[in-house]
Design a protein around this ligand. Structure first.
Ligand SMILES: C[S@@+](CC[C@H](N)C(=O)[O-])C[C@H]1O[C@@H](n2cnc3c(N)ncnc32)[C@H](O)[C@@H]1O
Length: 203
């Protein structure tokens, strides 16, 4: 997906992916990731997801990356948080206590920026990307993440080639991540004509 596609969605308010409530799979399955209080959690393609607040409430340091600057700014405004903004070479960082949203391109991240990450929460990130970008996304995550990181991943399975969101089969999840991670299917639930599937990826 081109950057303009997402910027247009945000500027037109076509953000049906944004959830007003905390994601139920996050609440049910996060304990499987089994991280210590204070451990840093990376949220790729984070939008203005309230799930980041929940993770912070569990004592984690949260690092998000999001392309659209209004999404980043709205996250702080809508949650009554005041961010300190700093320009770096590739990203603009908006940060407050235990929350840092890097505004910029996920594919520009370096392993240095994620060197102290212990966990990853991917909801509506992998499935937001078309197939050829999903392969690049998975390779980049694998390249960036230090050893021992665990990933909670939510995918969607349904019978259509259209997206986003895109259908991502269990076989594809194993192909994308199986070379690095043990891939465990934790659970699934039917939502209309889609099946939502929760995965734990661990070393
Ligand atoms: C489907 S939304 C999901 C947002 C969030 N994960 C959630 O659960 O609400 C995908 C988000 O990824 C952002 N995005 C797309 N491509 C990106 C990229 N290359 N780098 C950073 N963010 C990106 C979009 O702007 C959009 O906010």
């Amino acid at each position: 997906m081109e950057h303009d596609f997402w910027h247009q969605k945000w500027s037109e308010g076509r953000i049906g992916f944004h959830q007003m409530e905390i994601n139920a799979y996050l609440v049910s399955y996060w304990e499987k990731v089994d991280l210590a209080v204070g451990a840093k959690v990376f949220v790729p393609l984070c939008g203005k997801s309230k799930d980041m607040l929940w993770l912070r409430g569990r004592g984690h340091d949260v690092l998000g990356v999001e392309l659209n600057s209004n999404a980043c700014l709205d996250f702080f405004k809508e949650n009554d948080l005041v961010a300190k903004t700093e320009d770096t070479e590739l990203f603009v960082s908006h940060a407050c206590e235990k929350l840092n949203l890097l505004c910029g391109d996920f594919f520009a991240l370096t392993s240095e920026s994620l060197s102290d990450v212990k966990g990853v929460y991917d909801r509506a990130a992998l499935v937001a990307l078309p197939m050829e970008m999903r392969a690049d996304y998975a390779s980049k995550l694998i390249e960036l993440l230090p050893k021992g990181v665990k990933v909670l991943l939510v995918t969607l399975e349904f019978d259509s080639p259209q997206g986003p969101p895109f259908n991502v089969s269990g076989e594809e999840v194993k192909n994308l991540f199986g070379q690095r991670f043990k891939v465990e299917r934790l659970g699934e639930a039917v939502d209309g004509d889609r099946q939502e599937v929760v995965w734990l990826l661990s070393d």
